[in-house]
Design a protein around this ligand. Structure first.
Ligand code: ADP
Ligand code: ASP
Ligand code: MG
Length: 237
């Protein structure tokens, strides 16, 4: 039996229909007798919508970063509840888990917090009970219990940090492209898919703006030697 962390990005959870599809994928992994920890992003452009709402408040000059993190973290909370409900409906024991509930401790840099530590025992206990934890990506909490977010695209880092803490066999990043390409396949149709890429090369690509993986997730994977894969959430590629 292997332990897989499966992370699903915004497009992959953008509607109930898509959430049903990824639930089916999670169920297939369970039927193959794998343990799974799921990490999800906010639905579609929800985080952008929340940012615009905050902008409307016009809090210029006020340090509202703490409140902004409370607001932005709600996107992922919606997704974990909907996905856990979908899995329950299909007879899978699943439980939504917020960042602080998963003991994801970060520093206090609101909006770009770094993961300092994860108490693996919390998720481990759920896995041992046969439960699929559905964890909210992009968020944690600092030593004072304030909610923090990890920077845009930060769910990738949540997934890798959890995979490292649990010593998972693999961390799969399911997204709207079927792998890492030489350049963004949406912009350059002639881009070719890379079967493998070193951490160093991937870090360079991510740091120069290839948003398929958040740079910090690659750095974290390199540090902990996490087996990281980018896969399509729409097919088996
Ligand atoms: P998610 O919401 O699943 O996290 P993102 O939008 O953050 O997805 O990342 C996936 C996007 O990354 C793709 O739609 C693609 O346009 C873009 N991208 C940029 N560079 C690359 C690359 N070299 N290989 C693959 N995808 C890339
Ligand atoms: N929902 C967050 C964002 O839009 C985190 C993520 O998608 O990884 O940046
Ligand atoms: Mg992303």
């Amino acid at each position: 039996m292997s332990l897989f962390v499966q992370k699903f990005g915004g497009t992959s959870v953008a509607s109930i229909e898509r959430i049903e599809k990824i639930a089916a994928r999670i169920i297939r992994a369970r039927e193959a007798r794998h343990d799974v920890v799921v990490v999800v992003s906010a639905m579609g452009d929800e985080t952008d919508r929340l940012v615009s709402l905050a902008d409307e408040v016009n809090y210029d000059g006020l340090d509202a970063r703490r409140e902004l993190d409370v607001l932005l973290s709600t996107g992922e909370q919606t997704t974990i509840a909907l996905l856990a409900m979908t899995l329950l409906k299909h007879g899978v024991k699943a439980e939504s888990v917020l960042g602080w509930q998963a003991s994801i401790l970060t520093d206090s840099e609101h909006g770009k917090a770094r993961v300092l530590e994860i108490d693996a025992a919390v998720l481990q206990a759920k896995i041992s009970d046969g439960v699929v934890p559905v964890v909210a990506g992009f968020q944690g909490s600092d030593e004072k219990g304030h909610i923090t977010t990890l920077g845009r695209g930060g769910s990738d880092t949540s997934a890798v940090a959890i995979a490292a803490a649990l010593e998972a066999d693999r961390c799969d990043i399911y997204t709207d492209v079927d792998g890492v390409y030489t350049t963004d396949p949406r912009i350059a149709p002639k881009a070719t898919k890379l079967a493998r890429i070193t951490f160093e090369e991937m870090l360079e690509m991510a740091s120069s703006g290839a948003k398929v993986l958040q740079p910090r997730s690659v750095a974290m994977a390199m540090r902990h030697d996490v087996n990281l894969q980018v896969r399509s959430s729409f097919n088996d590629a």
